[in-house]
Every structure is written in structure tokens, then in C-alpha cells.
Design a protein around this ligand. Structure first.
Ligand code: FAD
Length: 364
């Protein structure tokens, strides 16, 4: 992703502030660090490969390579470990009082963070969750989106003797992909003896860690030694609601961008990743394509090249892959869905960890 021009002497570097250290923001920050004075703002000190986190619950050693500190790949930039809580025309404000000036701003806040601030605490969390799984004969998973389905798959494959129940409030699992693909996921889970209860929910306000009996909204009782809440995270745009960008948030909480991924009406503000209103499925590989386009556009703008048009983002073929344990996966490509070991060979064994590390310039 690097390339496309010589690096710029530090005295002449323009200030680029990237808010959000997920795959979109982290990759963008890394790819422009030699061309700009880059600051990355994220509430965690580390980057986490999101699609590896379910494996890390059944196999905590997997997290060793899937979590790495921002400072490891952002060797020529600054990291502020805090949450942004507003933005003006010239600076980003954070919850712990930083006021970070920018010439260019990139919004990449994806989804609201619930993870610990320190990498060590996150690693410990995986250890604790692993112990919880090991010590449970029966496990309830609440939520049938990608997180719930992938966790059910990991537990069903690594601990086939455990009774897993998945409760989902929608009419089908994985509602972001086609009904046919959802059905394949359901059939695969059933083949692994996972009990799936659809169109039912569990009241989160009324349950505690000590509970072993859970009542669903349809009146069914689920007996489980432990439970995991795997509901979709909220889009993280609340910090923009009272800011200069507030008019650019749509009803779904997403940031409206133009074909250059610029926030409409703001010549020096871009948005990338899941936070954007681009009509496509929200996937990390697409977030990386956004980062690539914005890196090019920032270089064009910072070079001040006259009459050079900005690069356009073109939504491309949309692919979704859901891992189903260590060897199988579900793949949806245009006009085709497939479940089994073939897509499993692509995603499920290594979960793209080495590929992601390489993109971040790290050893595998
Ligand atoms: C179970 C699962 C499996 C998946 N598998 C795949 C897959 O195989 N392939 C694929 O391409 N995609 C996959 N995805 C989708 C992929 O994870 C997302 O599309 C991708 O992570 C989006 O990246 P992002 O950087 O836009 O947002 P996020 O990953 O949500 O990152 C947002 C970042 O912003 C930070 N942030 C939030 N609010 C603030 C704030 N106020 N101030 C500062 N920072 C803030 C957060 O801490 C976080 O670091 C999967 C998703 C799930 C849940």
C-alpha cells in the first residue's frame, strides 16, 4: 500500500488525524506515516483482528499474533489512547482532554468499542473466557449474527461434548447475507448438535453470570452453565452527533461520503470502513480498499498537484465468509453460496492472521 511518491521532510508534513484503530484506520495510518504527520486516536493501545477473536476464546494462544500494539506498525506516527468525543473545523477533541489539530481528518470509528484498553488485559480476558468454556457443560449464545454463529462453530468443533444453544431474535441467522446462505449455516450448526432457537430473545437486563436457567421471550427454558452475549455492536458515530459533521450522519448513524470517500461538504475530511454509508456489506477487506483509496487521495491533496483528480472508490464484488470452526466455512459470492471445507481452507484454519500482519508490515 506504500509507494506513489517520495517521503516528505518532517518540517513540511501536514497533520493527518485518523480516528479509530480498526483495520480501516490502522492500515490508513500506517500507509501514510512517511508522507504526513500522522496521529491515530483509539481507546485501545492495540489493534485486534476482529475475525480472529472467536478462535481466541477457544484457543487463547491464537490471540498472540492477532493482537498487536498500534506502536508496532505506526513507527513514524503518534498514537493517542483515548476516545474522540467531538470534532471542530480544525481539531479533534478527546474524552481525556486532548485537542488534536488537523489539516486532514479521517473518520474510521466503525463500531463502538467494548474491549479493554491494554493488550495484556484483553489477553487475560481471552484466558478467562476459555476457562469459562472449559468449565461449562452447556453454553448459551445470545445473538445469531456473525459473532454468535462463529463462536457457536468454534465451541461445537473444539468441544463437541458440550451442549450449545444459540438464541437469535430474528427469523434467520446471519441476516446480512442471503436466506440461502443463512440456511446453510443453520444446517451446519444443527449437524454439530447446536440447538438454534429463532425469533426468540433473552432479556439481558434480567440475567446475571450466576444464572443457569434462562427464559426466552417465547417462554422456552434454556439450561446453561454459562452464556455469551454476541449481539451486533452499535455504529460508533455518537461522538459526531454534536460536531461540525453532525449534518453528515444518516438515520442509521453512518457517515455520508462521496465517490472519493470525502465527507460531503468537507474538503479535508474523509471516512472509511464500517462507519460509511456506502451501499455494500460491511467487511474488513472492503474497509482496506477504502483505506487504500483515501491514502492515495491524501497524497494527491498533500502534494498540491494541480488539476490532478482524486481517486474514486468503486464498490466491487461482495464476498462474505463466516468460519464454522477450524476446518469449515460458509462463503457467499455473487450467485453462489457454499458451506464446507473448501471455503474453510481459505478462511478458517488461519483466519487471515498472517495476511493481515503482513499488510501491517509485521512479521508472521
Ligand atoms: C465475527 C466476525 C467475523 C468477520 N469476518 C470477516 C472476514 O472474514 N473478512 C472480512 O473482510 N470482514 C470480516 N468481518 C467484518 C470486519 O470485522 C469489519 O468489517 C471490519 O472490522 C471493519 O473495520 P473498521 O476499521 O471499519 O471498524 P472497526 O473494526 O469497528 O474498528 C473501529 C475502531 O474505532 C475505534 N473507535 C470507536 N469509537 C471511537 C471513538 N469515539 N474514538 C476513537 N476510536 C473509536 C474502535 O476502538 C475500533 O478500534 C467480520 C466481522 C465479525 C463480527
Amino acid at each position: 500500500m506504500d509507494g506513489g511518491g517520495e517521503t516528505v521532510a518532517s518540517a513540511t508534513k501536514q497533520k493527518v488525524v485518523v480516528v479509530g484503530g480498526g483495520i480501516a484506520g490502522s492500515l490508513l495510518a500506517r500507509s501514510i506515516q512517511d508522507y504526513a504527520d500522522v496521529t491515530l486516536i483509539d481507546p485501545k493501545e492495540y489493534f485486534e483482528i476482529p475475525w480472529a477473536s472467536l478462535r481466541s476464546k477457544v484457543d487463547p494462544s491464537f490471540a498472540d499474533k492477532a493482537l498487536f500494539n498500534h506502536s508496532e506498525y505506526l513507527t513514524n506516527g503518534r498514537v493517542i489512547i483515548s476516545s474522540a468525543n467531538s470534532v471542530t473545523e480544525t481539531k479533534v477533541l478527546t474524552t481525556d482532554g486532548h485537542e488534536v489539530p488537523y489539516n486532514y481528518l479521517v473518520v474510521a470509528t466503525g463500531h463502538a468499542p467494548f474491549n479493554p484498553r491494554c493488550r495484556r488485559d484483553r489477553m487475560e480476558q481471552f484466558q478467562e473466557e476459555n476457562i469459562k468454556i472449559k468449565n461449562s457443560g452447556s453454553i448459551l449464545i445470545i445473538g445469531g449474527g456473525p459473532t454468535g454463529v462463529e463462536l457457536a462453530g468454534e465451541i461445537a468443533v473444539d468441544y463437541p461434548e458440550k451442549k450449545v444453544t444459540l438464541v437469535h431474535n430474528g427469523p434467520r441467522l446471519l441476516q446480512f447475507i442471503s436466506p440461502g446462505a443463512s440456511k446453510k449455516a443453520l444446517d451446519w450448526l444443527k449437524s454439530k448438535k447446536v440447538e438454534v432457537l429463532l425469533e426468540q430473545s433473552i432479556g439481558l437486563g434480567s440475567i446475571s453470570e450466576a444464572d443457569k436457567t434462562f427464559m426466552t421471550s417465547a417462554g422456552e427454558t434454556v439450561i446453561a452453565d454459562s452464556y455469551f452475549v454476541c449481539l451486533d455492536k452499535h455504529v460508533a458515530s455518537s461522538w459526531l452527533q454534536e460536531s461540525v459533521l453532525k449534518e453528515r450522519i444518516n438515520r442509521m448513524g453512518r457517515v455520508m461520503v462521496d465517490e472519493n470517500l470525502r465527507v460531503a461538504g468537507h474538503r479535508n475530511v474523509f471516512a472509511i470502513g464500517d462507519i460509511t454509508d456506502i451501499q455494500e456489506i460491511k467487511q474488513g477487506y472492503l474497509a482496506q480498499k477504502h483505506a487504500k483509496v483515501v491514502a492515495k487521495n491524501l497524497k494527491i491533496l498533500m502534494n498540491g498537484t494541480k488539476n490532478k483528480t482524486l481517486v474514486k472508490y468503486k464498490p466491487s464484488i461482495q464476498v462474505a465468509m463466516i468460519s464454522l470452526g477450524r476446518n469449515s466455512a460458509l462463503a457467499q459470492v455473487p450467485f453462489l453460496t457454499m458451506a464446507g471445507s473448501l471455503p474453510g481452507m481459505i478462511k478458517s484454519k488461519h483466519l487471515f492472521v498472517d495476511r493481515t500482519r503482513r499488510k501491517m508490515g509485521l512479521e508472521c
